[in-house]
Design a protein around this ligand. Structure first.
Ligand SMILES: *[C@@H]1O[C@H](CO)[C@@H](O)[C@H](O)[C@H]1NC(C)=O
Ligand SMILES: *[C@@H]1O[C@H](CO)[C@@H](O)[C@H](O)[C@H]1NC(C)=O
Ligand SMILES: *[C@@H]1O[C@H](CO)[C@@H](O)[C@H](O)[C@H]1NC(C)=O
Ligand SMILES: *[C@@H]1O[C@H](CO)[C@@H](O)[C@H](O)[C@H]1NC(C)=O
Length: 195
């Protein structure tokens, strides 16, 4: 069992070595959202809080210690589970990721579309962030949209969206983008799987 897992891990690592390993924070100078970590949370991404993850009991203490939501490029999460977890943008703009053991993305979801962009500002030296653009170039940008989770007391959690052509939320904050922090090649997996 253990050796099979290691073989699969090795195989997965080989397949993804080209992707840079990184974490992301919201970038919006002078906003309370600035610097908030982008965390996996219910097959979507939220700002702040902590990542939602899962470790099967049969893997137990061999699971990575989860301290952050770690990405492998902008198209996958840096996870140990065989098959990995793919990052996508839903038609309504919500960034999401596939469940473990499933390659299915929601109908019409976009894969890719992320790029680096340099932000110019009157008040700050230019800086580089990651943004998203629709394949036809008609819309683009990254937003944080407040949601008050059911059963809670009104404290909003900001969910990460890309401005897709069908994006239609009106109460969102447009971010400068997502600020990447690149981790060294060979950094440990962020989690067995995010949920
Ligand atoms: C996780 O952290 C615990 C306690 O610090 C340590 O014993 C364990 O080896 C760590 N697991 C991994 C996979 O690094
Ligand atoms: C916004 O888009 C969703 C589908 O993504 C749709 O169900 C909803 O009716 C739209 N709302 C408005 C106000 O257009
Ligand atoms: C952004 O730039 C870095 C460094 O050049 C590169 O490795 C990375 O793939 C780029 N990210 C995207 C989303 O294009
Ligand atoms: C909910 O809001 C009320 C009124 O502001 C406050 O008294 C109460 O402590 C809050 N409960 C929680 C769980 O935050």
């Amino acid at each position: 069992m253990l050796s099979l897992r290691h073989a699969l891990t090795f195989f997965l690592a080989l397949g993804t070595t080209v992707a840079q390993i990184l974490t992301l924070t919201a970038s919006l100078p002078d906003s309370t959202l600035d610097g908030q970590p982008v965390n996996a949370d219910g097959e979507a991404f939220s700002l702040g809080g902590s990542p939602a993850s899962y470790c099967p009991t049969e893997v137990g203490t061999a699971c990575p210690n989860v301290t952050a939501t770690v990405f492998a490029g902008m198209s996958a999460l840096w996870v140990e589970v065989p098959g990995g977890q793919e990052v996508y943008v839903q038609t309504d703009g919500a960034l999401g990721f596939t469940q473990a053991h499933s390659a299915s993305v929601p109908p019409g979801a976009y894969i890719g579309g992320f790029s680096n962009v340099t932000v110019a500002s009157d008040c700050h030296a230019p800086w580089d962030v990651i943004t998203w653009n629709a394949p036809d170039g008609s819309t683009g940008g990254i937003l944080a949209c407040p949601e008050v989770p059911a059963g809670t007391n009104g404290t909003a959690i900001y969910q990460v969206y890309a401005k897709t052509p069908a994006f239609n939320k009106t109460n969102c904050v447009t971010l400068a983008g997502l600020l990447p922090t690149y981790l060294p090649a060979g950094s440990p997996f962020g989690a067995w799987q995010y949920i």
